[in-house]
Design a protein around this ligand. Structure first.
Ligand SMILES: [Zn+2]
Length: 191
């Protein structure tokens, strides 16, 4: 595994002129968009550091992709992050995976790292992704409720923000379903 990983690392080239490449240790309590005792950084890779490679089940990748697309993150990135391993992907978003009393925080690029570079996140993160309620459900927003303090929100303000986001996401989902129906899309369940 080490030899294989070294080979991968040696193939990687640094990309000039990107704002990406912010490396953070896995499971550290700090990353560019969050820090605190409850934060667990995951997937802040860099061409300068060893990358753990291995298989990731397709269902885990799908769940992670859905968390990136439909999950909530209260802070926006300052700009685009170009994959510094290949320059072939750009992302500006991040993904939050609440798990009990800890919050995993990863760049959205983590999906690309897995699919294009064979990266395998730590088992504890894979387990959290698998167990995380599917966004944008009420259960997903409830799982985020302990973490407002990460960004300095007091409890009431954070709860109101999550409630508003849940309403917005639910409305958006309803509108998308209505649009699909208008276009004659057959849900196959009598809707
Ligand atoms: Zn790449």
């Amino acid at each position: 595994m080490i030899a294989e990983t070294s080979k991968i690392v040696s193939r990687l080239r640094r990309t000039r002129g990107t704002i990406g490449g912010v490396w953070c240790p896995d499971l550290g309590a700090s990353c560019p968009i969050a820090d605190g005792a409850r934060v667990r950084a995951v997937g802040w890779l860099s061409a300068d550091h060893e990358i753990i490679s291995g298989e990731v089940a397709p269902a885990v990748v799908d769940a992670l992709r859905l968390l990136v697309r439909a999950g909530y993150c209260p802070v926006a990135a300052a700009g685009f992050h170009t994959c510094e391993l290949c320059s072939g992907a750009r992302e500006s978003a991040n993904v939050l995976v609440p798990s009990g009393d800890v919050l995993f925080v990863a760049p959205a690029m983590i999906v690309h790292y897995i699919e294009a570079h064979g990266y395998r996140p730590l088992d504890v993160f894979v387990a959290a992704v698998t167990a995380c309620p599917v966004p944008p459900s009420a259960a997903y927003y409830d799982a985020l409720r302990p973490f407002g303090g990460v960004w300095g929100y007091v409890d009431d303000a954070w709860s109101r923000l999550l409630d508003a986001e849940l309403t917005r996401a639910t409305d958006a989902q309803r509108r998308a379903a209505a649009t699909s129906r208008r276009k004659g899309f057959d849900w196959g369940d009598g809707r």
